[in-house]
Each structure stands twice: as structure tokens, then as C-alpha cells.
Ligand binder design. Sequence first.
Ligand code: IDC
Length: 546
Amino acid sequence: MDDNKQKNTNKILIGVIAVFAVVIIGLLIALFKPGKEENNDSTDEAVTEDVITDAKAGDTDAQAENENDQDSDKDTEEDASEELLCYAGITGTNSWENNGKYSGQLDISITNKTDSDIKNWSVKIDIGKNTTLDSFWNCNTSVDNGILTLEPVEYNGVVSANQTLKDIGIIVTASSESDFKNIKNATLYVDGNKYELTKETEEEVAAEAEKTTAEEEETTTEEETTTESDDNSQKKNDDNGKTPFEVHGKISVKGTDIVDENGDKFQLKGPSTHGIAWFPDYVSYDTFKTFRDDWGANMIRIAMYTHENGGYSNGGDKNYLKGLVDEGVNAATDLGMYVIVDWHILQEQNPQVYKDDAIDFFSEMSEKYKDYDNVIFEICNEPNGNASWNDVKSYAEEVIPVIRTNCPDTIIIVGTPTWSQDVDIAANDPITGYDNIMYAAHFYASTHKEAIRNKVTTAIGKGLPVFISECSICDASGNGSIDYNEADAWFELIDEYNLSYAVWNISNKNETSSLISSSCNKTSGWTDDELSETGKWFKNKIKNDN
Ligand code: IDC
């Protein structure tokens, strides 16, 4: 009896333990079920997705693994419907037929909607094996078997939290229009791995969607307000509530001064773009408007490089570049601002090198803008190296008459040797036979000091009209430190002689001369915090210097 009792007790105990064990195991399974895992690791996701892709492609191992794991399958379906937080975008902005082939410009952006910076990015684009890469900007490139890889240049290696990196562009030539149109996917990689970070839960997606809609609504309202204020601000930037052009009209050169249509001395002042092929996004109405309304600028200089970076005469896409110039001229004109079209020679040193192109270009520009009284032509940014004043002068004597055929009295700025410093030399032998010709003097205050100021005063003393069509307060590389004392000395001279000036440069490139902070991707409406040190200094200068 006792034995039986003992056996029964044991059976009950074993039963209880078994039930308990089943419950614990059940709980553990429920807790660690893959479906409940948080998908916060991009690498895991990429792997899951790869498995699916492989399975579709018929990889039996991957398929078996996949079929055995329904939950993981379900997860992936959910992942696919989730919005990516970080991704590369690609937009075609311009395309054209090119000798039986098809060329076009593609702008690439990288969006980072997370609170952490993205570093070591690269972007891969399947351009196809028959497509060639013609030019690119703000990125390094390599092409392997039809796959184009873009990598950062020294100043855009980080995509800051909650920012979109822009201004990366390429121009490609494809065999046909459809091949070109097929280039539509750009994939983001970080540290060499595909980067497809998605939101963690559906709730978050919903919350984000709600936020976006709210933001969109806000933006729409803002846009409405902007459009309204646009109408008013067409008339802004002058005491009379008129645009600079409405007040000053057609300008001309009298003695060493620029005078307005009333014959009053007038000073043009405003920023210069960086090379428009490098930073096309800043060639816009909104960008220029910010300079007009927030900075008090009455002029914009549009710098089109002729040599560097697939410049106009060095393999650049002429139609695309002329299109950008046109956008800039029209934006400035709509805003009632004066605008310089700058043939930005630099690395080729001598303007004679691309003279034929210059003649064609200015023939076309002067015809196109002959009725635009706000346009100024700058025919050779900075002759340098061995280019003598004789070279420059004889170049100018061929280009000026071409412009004069269409524009009898438009102001023309002629560059001078030694990176537009030798105005004193030009003053000894100026171009004769034409009115409204000015001569360029450029300075970068940390490098160019008293000696160059003396050249300017000497030239003016000899009656030469000087235009400071490019300047900054850092060194001649466009970078380095700012020399505020020399900058002040230059502006004393500018004020004393009523000199007009253009400030290098409208971009957020990570160099001292850029006016916009390199961490800011906005192309207009910058707060002071979003300006570089140089930007803050010049904003104050342009605004308060009357
Ligand atoms: C510089 C730009 C720099 C670019 C370089 C190309 O700031 O980002 O990489 O050109 O050569 C000039 C030129 C102007 C230069 C600038 C600074 O007119 O094109 O821009 N500078 O070096 N003259 C004196 C200085």
C-alpha cells in the first residue's frame, strides 16, 4: 500500500513538473518568437531581403530556410511596406539628343531621416554597360561593368542627421533615350554595405506619416504666404519699396564710376555663384531673392568655368551650362537685380586658349540679352601664368565688337593679368574706341594686401574704371584664415572710390570663402547661424555699406 501511495505521489509530482515545464517552454517561445524581434538592425534586414531575393532567384538553400520560417517571411513582407529612413534619390533634370545618342543630367541626393549622421557613404547606380559617364561634380566616381559608384569628396562625406545632401550630379550619354530613362535607381551604401534602414514599428510609420502630412500642410501654408509676400517683395530692397533696377535703371560708366540712369553714382554689390556646374542648385530665384531681401544685394555674378570640372570649353555640356546661365539671368531680372555673366577662365591661364568659344558664347549671349538693361558681361575672369596684358587686350578687342553688335552700351568687364590684379598695367594701355568698359581687380584679403590696393589706386588715378568683380576675406586658395584687418582696409578703399564688388562664393562647400555653412543644405532663407564666418561678415557688410 505504502509503495503504491509513494508511486502515485511521484506520478502527481512528475505530472505537475511536466505541466510546469510545458508552460515555461511555451512562455519562452512566445517571448523569443522571431516575429516579435525588433528590426532595428539594418544589416539584418539587408540579409533578410537578400534571402528573399535569392529565394526568388531559385536558390534552394535560401528557399528552404525561408519556407521553414514563416514568421521571417511575414516580417519581410512588412519590411517591404515600411518607409526607408535613409536612401539615395536620383532625378533627371535635363536631357538631349547627342549625335544619335542620348545625354542627360542626373542629380543625386542622399536623405537621412534619422537623428544620427551618416558617414562613409557611397551610392551605386546601374547605368548599364553601354552608357558613358561624361562629367560629375561634388563626388568621386568609378564605373565597373555598368555600375557607377559615387563617393564623397573632401567636404561632403557626412550626411548630417535629418538632412538631405544635394548638389551631387552627373552627366551621362546612353545609346538611346530608353536606356537613359532606365537609369532611375540609386542605392545607398554605408561602409560598403547596402543601407536600408527602415522604421521600427507600424506605429512609428503612422506617427511619421501624420507628422509629414502636418508638415506638408504647414509647407503649403508657407508656400501660399511666400507667394503672397513674393508679390509684395518684387518691389523690395529699396527705401521706395522698388527693386534695384526699378530705381536705378540702365547703368553706365562715367569717368571711373558706375552711374545709374539719373546720372547718380551707383555701387553694385552682391555675391558671385561658385562654378555653376558644381553648385547648380544655388542658381535660383529663391537664392538670389534671399541675397536681395536679407542681405541688401543688388547684383549677382554668375560664374561659368571654361576649363575646370568639365568646363564649358573643356568637355562641358554647353547647352546645359547656357541653360543655367539663362536661369540665373532670368531669376535676377525677375528680381530687378543686376547680373554679371562671367566667362570664368582660370586654369587655362590665357583667354586666347578658348577665344573661339568665347566669341560664339558672347555672340549668343549678347543677342539673347540685348534688351536686358540689367546684364553685364565679364569676358575673362582671371588671366594668369604667362598671359600678358597684350594677350588679354587683343582677346578683348576681338570679343568686345561681337558683343557691341547686339549691345551697344552694356557694361563689359575685362580681366587683367596675374589673376586680375594688374589693373595698373592695363591703365597704361587701356582698350580704346569703346565706352562702358571696366577692368577687373580681384582680392583675397589674407593674401592680397597693400601692394594690390596700390595697383588699384594707381589705375583709378590714371582714369581706369575698376570693378572688384571677385573678392573674399580669406586667402587666395578660397580657403585658409580670414584677415579682418586687411578686409577692413579693402573696404575703406571700396567705399572711398565707390567701387562695385562681387563676393566669392554662393555655396556650402567646406572652404572659408563659401558664404553658407557647410552643415547647411538650404539654398535660400538662411538664418545667420546657417552662414559661414565669411558669410556673416559679408552679409553685414553688404547690408550696412551704403
Ligand atoms: C576656387 C573655388 C574652389 C575650386 C577652385 C577651382 O573656391 O572651390 O575648387 O576655384 O580651381 C579665384 C578664382 C576662383 C577660385 C578662387 C579661390 O576666380 O575660381 O575659386 N579664387 O581659389 N581667384 C582667386 C581666388
